[in-house]
Design a protein. Sequence first.
Length: 86
Amino acid sequence: MKKILIVGCMIGALASCTSTEKGTAIGAGTGAVIGGAVTNSWGGAAVGAVAGGLVGAAIGESEKRRGYCVYRDRYGRTYEAPCRYR
């Protein structure tokens, strides 16, 4: 019963977060579990949490501007514009 309450509270806490914060939290949690399972150590779990958090933040950040793509002009500068679908 305690585990169900803890999971429910964690899901409730994530409900009010931005997509970047959600991605960071989910990535860090998943990375910690995978890193700990693979290396069987706390250090591996910590490294997995950091790596997962970084990847999760990047994925969450990309969700902010859905429908926009990053383009590069002929001078090498990048800019965002609505995606051109073929």
